[in-house]
Design a protein around this ligand. Structure first.
Ligand code: HEC
Length: 490
């Protein structure tokens, strides 16, 4: 039987209650274009739309994240200088946002079509298609043992996914050309990337696919009872200027991610008449107010509203006509052992505070985004103004508003993404240390005893999924692996 047929024949068994989605098993639960973003029979949240098989075929393979290999040697500098840290974080953002040429010219009248690198990366749907292509090739014994997927098998499934369209009979040539013809400008082209929230660079998705057995073993173990595992590490406190001890091998992965692993999480907001974008004032005065107004600082109340056009904010249009604005983008890159954490948010006042040091080489609309970054739980810079006192006073003021002293907790929080009480005072790495344990953000933020300082303090000595939540919450790859495993179980 050809490779493809087995899942196709079995697929209908799994489709209870979702009419008209014949290829859901192969596309991994993604709705086809006309059902995207709010189709009636299978409602999708407004901020989710699949990277469907046609989009992937037009985009081609995901572009690699080109890591800066020198950063591991500069760890101490990044720990002790906010200035160096921010400069490196902007450079990371530039690599993630860099335009990547697509295999075919798509935009009518334009030359080579391009997308920002991260929009070519794998989404959960790609991981699902690739996994479900490769996994049935294992023998029954191998599946029972959760044996590793041979590299050649994964390579083949990966390549197949880049151009799998021909294997989807519902994508007739006529329908394909109508889809291409509808890509009539930059916004529709950007829409190919979809509004899926989380995207994985090739090195990140490969490690996750390789790790399916470990992810499933973790899911089955008592790992999800994480309260017991959370405890302050033994020994004297770590000097914030020296960094953390090397992270132990993660239980829930074959091994830690490699330096070219990067994962992003996007926040898209519906654009259109009567749909203004909330916006935030992150100047020193406003931040100080927000961070001290309550014992549980939050971003719940925006400071103003804006209505930016596509030249000011990255905007896309989905095939169903709905437009979305990119309000924010989280970026984690594995150039350091405990990752580099960066995040971008849109601002109507883009050149002050957290945007003051943005490199001039970032073109519109990216010159409307601000950034913060963290590389550790505790601050190793003894300058409250982060070295910006002379040339960027508004940035220096804003950094000072979040500074808790040498050895105090770091700060980095994105107004558009970090929801919930206490989350305006978080620092990325502190919450993510619990990834792989099954703990959820709400629990982590709410329990000040187990997870002090709004979750910012180091309380673990293991990082079960190398700081990546997607293995067990959010994209919940464990659930996708498990569903596949059960499907093929005798
Ligand atoms: C209070 C907890 C918390 C904080 C703080 C937090 N995150 Fe997350 N993050 C999560 C959870 C939970 C998920 C998975 C669910 C989802 O996708 O929304 C996640 C998902 C992600 C992902 C997708 C990969 C993954 O781990 O699943 C990235 C990238 C990310 N966060 C980056 C950041 C950055 C950068 C910051 C700081 C600016 C940050 N996060 C702050 C809890 C947190």
């Amino acid at each position: 039987m050809p490779l493809l047929l087995a899942p196709l024949l079995l697929a209908p068994l799994l489709l209870a209650g979702c009419a008209g989605r014949d290829s859901v098993w192969l596309t991994g639960g993604g709705a086809e274009p006309e059902q995207r973003a709010g189709g009636d029979e299978c409602p999708l949240g407004q901020s989710q739309a699949a990277l469907s098989v046609i989009d992937r075929s037009l985009i081609g393979g995901p572009a690699g994240y080109v890591a800066d290999e020198s950063l591991a040697r500069r760890e101490r500098e990044l720990l002790t200088s906010q200035r160096a840290r921010r400069q490196v974080a902007w450079q990371i953002a530039q690599r993630v946002l860099a335009p990547v040429p697509l295999p075919a010219a798509l935009e009518a009248g334009a030359g080579q079509s391009q997308l920002p690198a991260w929009q070519t990366w794998h989404a959960r749907d790609d991981l699902t298609r690739i996994f479900r292509r490769a996994y049935p090739e294992l023998s029954a014994e191998q599946r029972a043992a959760r044996a590793a997927l041979p590299a050649a098998l994964l390579d083949a499934a990966w390549e197949w996914n880049d151009g799998a369209l021909a294997d989807f009979p519902e994508w007739t040539l006529e329908r394909q050309s109508a889809y291409r013809a509808a890509i009539d400008g930059a916004a529709a082209l950007a829409g190919l990337g979809g509004i899926y929230r989380v995207a994985y660079s090739p090195a990140a998705s490969r490690r996750l696919l390789d790790s399916y057995g470990a992810v499933l073993d973790c899911r089955d173990s008592a790992r999800s009872d994480a309260h017991g595992a959370a405890q302050p590490p033994a020994g004297p406190p770590v000097d914030a200027r020296c960094g953390l001890p090397p992270s132990p091998p993660p239980d829930c992965l074959t091994s830690a991610f490699s330096p070219s692993a990067s994962i992003v999480k996007a926040s898209w907001r519906r654009a259109g008449i009567g749909l203004p974008l909330p916006a935030y004032d992150t100047s020193a005065a406003s931040l100080e107010r927000r961070l001290t107004a309550s014992a549980q600082p939050s971003w719940e109340t925006p400071d103003l509203e804006a209505d930016p056009g596509p030249d000011e904010i990255y905007t896309l249009r989905l095939p169903n006509g709905n437009s979305f604005r990119l309000a924010a983008l989280h970026i984690m890159t594995k150039e350091l052992d405990h990752w580099i954490w960066s995040t971008l948010w849109w601002s109507p006042e883009p050149d002050s505070d957290f945007g003051a040091d943005r490199p001039a080489s970032l073109p519109a609309p990216w010159n409307h985004y601000k950034l913060c970054s963290a590389v550790a739980f505790d601050e190793g810079d003894d300058d409250p103004r982060g070295g910006f006192g002379e040339d960027h006073p508004t940035l220096a003021d804003a950094l000072e508003a979040t500074y808790e002293g040498l050895g105090g907790r770091t700060w980095c929080s994105n107004p558009y993404i970090e929801e919930g009480a206490g989350n305006a005072a978080s620092n990325c790495i502190g919450c993510h240390q619990h990834a792989g344990t099954g703990l959820r953000s709400e629990t982590i933020l709410a329990d000040a005893e187990l997870f002090p300082d709004h979750s910012r303090r180091l309380v673990r000595d293991d990082f079960p999924s190398d700081y990546v939540f997607a293995v067990s919450v959010g994209d919940d790859l464990a659930a996708m692996f498990r569903e596949t495993e059960q499907h093929y179980a005798p």
